[in-house]
Design a protein around this ligand. Structure first.
Ligand SMILES: [Zn+2]
Length: 175
């Protein structure tokens, strides 16, 4: 599943690329790779570690959730993660006590983005595609209502104003 993991050493600035074969798919496989020290200076201090993965599954998401320096994408992670295939996975993760708070916030924001992106009919899509998009938005909305307390506290840099304006009305948060 995971194709390549890139670790950026904070001590010697060496970039380490680790190729991962197809058998590395469990939680501990990923943990072992993260625990490997820098092959140049032998320290285990990394500014950040990039996970270049094709598909997000529970194992890799659980690892990502507990490591502050681990990224799927360095920028706009919440926008790129906003994929309907991840909805159930994210809903489970947001209530998982092993996840760091800011990782949960990224996942919740991804669901907000997904709702925002699909909520209105768009001429760029066919009639059928628009029906599917509407279904995605309606599917997420009850969950967002349930989490409105947490959504209200999402940092401004994460949940952007144009999404907030629409979403807060839908889930009845008045500022
Ligand atoms: Zn190093």
């Amino acid at each position: 599943m995971l194709t390549q993991l890139t670790k950026y050493c904070a001590n010697c600035a060496q970039n380490i690329h680790l190729e991962v074969n197809d058998t590395a798919t469990t939680f501990s496989d990923y943990e072992n790779l993260i625990a490997l020290p820098c092959n140049n200076c032998n320290m285990n201090v990394f500014n950040h570690i990039d996970l270049n993965t094709i598909k997000i599954d529970k194992q890799i998401l659980d690892v990502w959730g507990k490591h502050p320096n681990l990224y799927f994408f360095e920028q706009d992670e919440e926008i790129i993660l906003a994929d309907e295939a991840n909805i159930a996975l994210f809903i489970d993760a947001i209530d998982n006590s092993n996840y760091l708070q800011f990782k949960k916030e990224i996942l919740l924001t991804a669901l907000c983005v997904l709702f925002y992106d699909n909520r209105v009919k768009d001429d760029g899509y066919t009639e059928e595609e628009n029906e599917v998009r509407k279904g995605i938005a309606l599917n997420i909305l009850p969950y967002l209502k349930l989490k409105k307390g947490m959504i209200h506290k999402l940092p401004d840099w994460l949940l952007l104003d144009y999404i907030k304006d629409v979403l807060f009305l839908e889930i009845k948060i008045l500022e």
